[in-house]
Design a protein around this ligand. Structure first.
Ligand code: HEC
Length: 174
């Protein structure tokens, strides 16, 4: 009888021991192994902070290089080349937009309208956006032509009233 009790105790002890090891291997250790994402360098933190502090860009800044865009010429180019992604209305709902990730920028969103001033538009159109379908138009257009289309986008979309909640929801359904 005593032997049986001892055997049961021993079995229970071994079981508890195994359970403890399993617990350690699968529960405690992974938690320690999971690496913290590396902290961003201080410069990046500073930049992000500066951006959020000055989220609204200065919309009165002129085109770079002393350029003055012609919005009528810009409209022609936009309606021939940019609308396929950004939409005739600048709302990012062009015929190609559906197939593109991340989606083309919606110029009517408040976040766009607070950030995309003339110098930012000029830079974005010239260099494109790495990692997205936004082409670098600097390879095919002159600075003047880029200023033209940037001026058109600025006057017609960036300076337009921001999208209403209704328009935004409609955009999501399409
Ligand atoms: C093939 C699709 C495509 C075409 C054509 C295209 N774009 Fe874009 N564009 C994009 C995408 C995608 C983004 C989104 C990038 C992002 O999320 O930052 C973008 C972003 C932008 C931005 C915003 C960049 C920023 O910093 O937020 C501007 C300005 C812009 N496009 C202007 C234009 C103009 C002007 C043209 C025509 C000359 C054009 N795009 C043609 C796909 C396109």
């Amino acid at each position: 009888m005593k032997k049986i009790v001892m055997a049961i105790l021993l079995a229970a002890f071994i079981a508890a021991f195994i359970a403890a090891i399993l617990l350690f291997v699968f529960v405690v250790r992974p938690a320690k192994i999971v690496e913290k994402p590396p902290a961003p360098p201080v410069a990046v933190i500073g930049k992000a902070h500066a951006q959020s502090a000055t989220a609204i860009a200065d919309m009165s800044l002129p085109m770079p290089l002393g350029l003055k865009g012609d919005p009528d010429k810009g409209r022609v180019f936009f309606m021939g080349n940019c609308f396929t992604c950004h939409g005739v209305l600048g709302d990012g709902n062009g015929p190609r937009a559906y197939f593109i990730t991340p989606p083309p920028r919606d110029f009517l969103l408040e976040t766009s309208q607070q950030r995309l001033n003339r110098p930012v538009l000029f830079e974005a159109i010239t260099n494109g956006r790495l990692g997205t379908n936004m082409p670098a138009w600097g390879k095919v257009l002159s600075s003047q032509e880029i200023a033209n289309v940037a001026e058109f986008v600025f006057q017609n979309f960036i300076s337009a009233p921001p999208k209403t909640e209704d328009q935004r929801n409609k955009g999501k359904q399409e």
